[in-house]
Design a protein around this ligand. Structure first.
Ligand SMILES: C[S@@+](CC[C@H](N)C(=O)[O-])C[C@H]1O[C@@H](n2cnc3c(N)ncnc32)[C@H](O)[C@@H]1O
Length: 342
């Protein structure tokens, strides 16, 4: 009996000893990085907070790009274009990110030491911590699914996402990206500085307070009769409910019946910071940077029905629904959906 239980414990003990060995190897590497991290954090904070404010760039667009950098270096999603882009982006520090995560990245590569930064949750097992990584992979999958059958792709609020460059190079598809004037100006300047080819993409800068994005899109050559993918990732939570509705109705009006509108929604509880203290802290920080979370859907009862009914109000029929954390016993907080014109 005693022998049996020792045998049972052995893999566990081995795992523990291996983990301990990894931690012992990791500590001196991290120690080397500490002085660099002090300079790196100062550099990153200066660029992300002060330079971004000075340039009038969306802080949340920078944060979204950071996840793509992390996914690249932690071997979850190769993304050399985003890395080259970050190196030239005036409001982010490639050195700062390396100084913060370098010890973990090197330890993972040398002896397989992994932490939660390097993990991607399985579908249905996403917590809020794992949401940004899984979201990027999900939108990649949606883009892959549709890129060859679409005639036009529109990415409103594209920020510093380079998904269009990743999937549409050399393809027979018209691509439009829409965002605020200053954010898009910095994006185009950075692409040029990084020598990243982007000449097949039409960038449409908008002053949302005085201009209509739909009019500007039509002026830029958007064709209402063509099969279109609208990809609206991580934007609706920053807008008032009536603007979200108006924008989705606008997309429905511009679409023909073969087109797809894909987007994500957070729950009301999430945007009010009720899901956890960490989320509350993030929400306060983002609010201080001038981009408060505003819009969420009440997902406390039947989230799928709530999202479906909201889309219906906007003239859309939901065709796909992916709820994060569905297999966990947590309150629904986020979903990605695909829809068609009603
Ligand atoms: C969190 S970022 C997401 C960027 C990008 N979609 C991504 O996934 O990396 C939010 C983006 O929405 C843009 N935005 C802000 N106000 C907007 C509005 N009224 N309509 C559309 N986009 C807006 C911001 O400039 C920013 O680039």
């Amino acid at each position: 009996m005693a022998e049996k239980s020792t045998k049972k414990q052995l893999p566990g003990i081995c795992r523990f000893l291996f983990r301990l060995f990894q931690i012992i190897l990791y500590i001196p590497i991290q120690a080397i990085f500490i002085p660099l991290a002090i300079i790196g954090i100062a550099d990153a904070t200066y660029k992300e907070i002060w330079v971004s404010k000075k340039l009038g760039v969306s802080f949340t667009a920078i944060k979204a790009l950071q996840f793509r950098w992390l996914m690249h270096y932690f071997n979850n999603r190769p993304d050399p274009i985003s890395v080259e882009f970050i190196k030239k982006l005036p409001c982010e520090s490639h050195f700062g990110l390396w100084s913060l995560f370098g010890a973990l990245i090197i330890s993972q590569r040398l002896f397989g030491f992994t932490t939660k930064f390097a993990k991607i949750a399985e579908p249905g097992k996403e917590t809020t911590f794992y949401t940004p990584g899984r979201r990027v992979l999900m939108f990649d999958r949606i883009m892959e699914k549709y890129v060859d059958e679409m005639e036009q792709i529109v990415i409103p609020g594209s920020g510093f996402d380079l998904i269009a460059l990743r999937f549409t190079k050399g393809k027979e598809v018209k691509v439009f990206e829409i965002d605020q004037v200053k954010t898009l100006k910095v994006k185009i300047d950075t692409l040029k500085k990084a020598a990243i080819k982007h000449d097949w993409i039409k960038y449409i800068p908008i002053d949302y307070s005085s201009e209509s994005w739909a009019d500007k899109l039509l002026e830029a050559g958007f064709d209402k009769t063509k099969k279109t993918l609208f990809l609206w990732e991580s934007v609706s939570l920053f807008l008032e409910a009536d603007i979200v509705k108006e924008t989705l109705r606008g997309m429905a009006d511009l679409c023909d019946s073969r087109s797809i509108i894909t987007q994500d929604f957070y729950s009301k509880a999430f945007i009010l910071g009720k899901t956890s203290k960490t989320i509350k802290r993030s929400s306060r920080m983002i609010e201080k940077m001038g981009e408060p979370w505003k819009f969420g859907i009440d997902m406390s009862n039947d989230p799928k029905a709530a999202v479906e009914s909201f889309l219906k109000e906007c003239g859309l029929k939901m065709t796909e629904y992916f709820q994060f954390g569905e297999k966990l016993s947590i309150e629904p907080f986020y979903c990605i959906v695909e829809a068609e014109k009603l």
